[in-house]
Design a protein around this ligand. Sequence first.
Ligand SMILES: Cc1cc2nc3c(=O)[nH]c(=O)nc-3n(C[C@H](O)[C@H](O)[C@H](O)COP(=O)(O)OP(=O)(O)OC[C@H]3O[C@@H](n4cnc5c(N)ncnc54)[C@H](O)[C@@H]3O)c2cc1C
Ligand code: SF4
Length: 327
Amino acid sequence: MNNFTYVQAATAQEATGLRKATPTAAYIAGGTTLLDLMKANLETPSQLVDINHLPFKGIEATTDGLRIGAMERMSDVGEHPLVVQQYPAVSESLLLAASPQLRNMASIGGNMLQRTRCGYFRDAAFACNKRLPGSGCPAQHGDHHNLAILGTSAACIATAYPGDLAVALAALDAVLTLESAAGKQRKVPVAAFYLLPGTTPQRETVLEPGELIVAVTVPAAAHARRSTYLKVRERASYAYALASAAVGLDVQGGIIKSARVALGGVGTRPWRSPEAEKVLTGAPATEATFRAAAAAALHGAQPLNDNRYKVELAQNTLVQALLKVAG
Ligand SMILES: Cc1cc2nc3c(=O)[nH]c(=O)nc-3n(C[C@H](O)[C@H](O)[C@H](O)COP(=O)(O)OP(=O)(O)OC[C@H]3O[C@@H](n4cnc5c(N)ncnc54)[C@H](O)[C@@H]3O)c2cc1C
Ligand code: SF4
């Protein structure tokens, strides 16, 4: 790990000012992602700007829906009664993530910016287009059993965001509030926050240098109240998703009035599926409909030898999640 200085910021202006003054500085919240990357020499900030004292707090109902401050901890949000009752997919995605100790440390903003678990990215001895553009992608002919089958490119097949929360947020039309160094705020839907790898896998989000995540807002809706997050992983104690599904349905008289679907663990970014939602909307809430939606969601999958199993796994995960909320 390189040497670095440490400074606390009390306001957003102070934090962005410090980043502007030292472009090689990095924000630190819970540190559960950043410190791992620093120990592996994958991130080498010259200064850590501690943003834990920024007033990006609150878990509250507003006229826009649920508003969560970026500095709130995963455990507090996942266990909050408003989130549990009105946005179950968000609560479940948080409580199925990581371990209790990690969830007590980790912030909502930091969760959105966690990095891929691709083993080649995390080991500087290997080439990796995401870490060193143009160096190659050994995963394509090597170990890719846990990598993506949707949205991949010749340059990168990683699940760039390997976590859970952003999948639920993408499904439920959540919007991030970002604040620039100039103090300007802008809003970006979670589904548009993450970029496809294309030829530039090193660029993962639309976040500009020094920009802060302030909060996330989830619109209130019938399909949000009737939502769930289902995660399939290699061990139940804690592990990243091999496949996951966040779904929300509004069913009236046996007919689906509105549907929201996103997949995790299978896309290069949290994978919202308008194709599945189109099949579901206006159709009877039956297993046959859910199977057709799952086929549509995975239609464009481009698996390799060792992650081909994810096509069926993701389809079955999605069907089970839909059966759960429809039941
Ligand atoms: C062993 C292990 C298992 C895990 N399992 C899961 C899992 O199953 N599911 C899951 O979803 N996650 C999992 N995680 C990831 C975990 O959720 C993240 O590490 C955590 O959410 C990051 O939050 P943090 O506050 O600690 O971020 P930090 O490590 O402090 O920061 C992460 C990055 O975000 C930046 N950042 C932080 N906050 C902001 C902000 N407000 N604005 C702009 N930039 C910001 C930092 O500069 C840094 O680049 C796991 C992590 C570990 C170590
Ligand atoms: S899949 Fe992406 S992150 Fe993994 S080695 Fe290839 S370029 Fe790097």
